[in-house]
Design a protein around this ligand. Sequence first.
Ligand code: BGC
Length: 246
Amino acid sequence: MRAIGIDVGGSGVKAALVDVAAGEFVGDRVRVDTPQPATPDAVVSAARELIAGLPSDLPVGVGFPAPVIGGVTTTAANVDAGWVGAPAAELFTRGLGRPVVVVNDADAAGVGEARHGAARDVPGVVLLLTLGTGIGSALINDGVLVPNTELGHLQVRGHDAEHLAAAAVRDDEGLSWPEWAARLSEVIGAMDALLWPDLVLLGGGVSRKSDKFIPLLDVRPPVRPAALRNRAGIIGAACLAAGAVA
Ligand code: BGC
């Protein structure tokens, strides 16, 4: 079965047609800059234009950078405040003209990694962190997701974890790999003290360069790059959409 996955990020909205059984893109990923301000209307319109060239009869899954409860987005750390309490699933369903499933972006990536990536068939507790504009988290136990964890907002030394160690912070503050790895170690250490995961996976675009920072981490649990890298969220969102109509 095929479905369309969309990943709404702080800087880009990305989409692809996905073969959900294989966990692979069919064709190329498409991307537009996230509209600024990223209001509900603007993001839904961007998504509509983005997938205009893809088949119109397939289910769509959207990974969104906020906790999503029953299709409603509850916060807006890296998007416009208009998303707080917005009926996101309804807005995308209306805008894209078909049923759309909306879930948290990191949870979508967690589902992608659990079904087709580095968390597949891994027993016990896996913590996936997506490192991008913010830090997203997905907690998976024996392959089952605990949705809407928001560990990027865990307080570490009086700061949101994502304000200390998101990938964007490395760029913005011009941190060296060792400097950033030290911050990431602190953040993972704080999460480890509360959750004691068996495995930590790191995703997001920067995971392409994981050999530059994973070996520098000083933390207890084993840490590996997410196998699907930044494709995980799109693949996971498409899997969830396909599951919802199956
Ligand atoms: C949001 C999360 C999201 C993460 C990554 C955080 O600021 O609160 O919901 O998963 O960014 O996009």
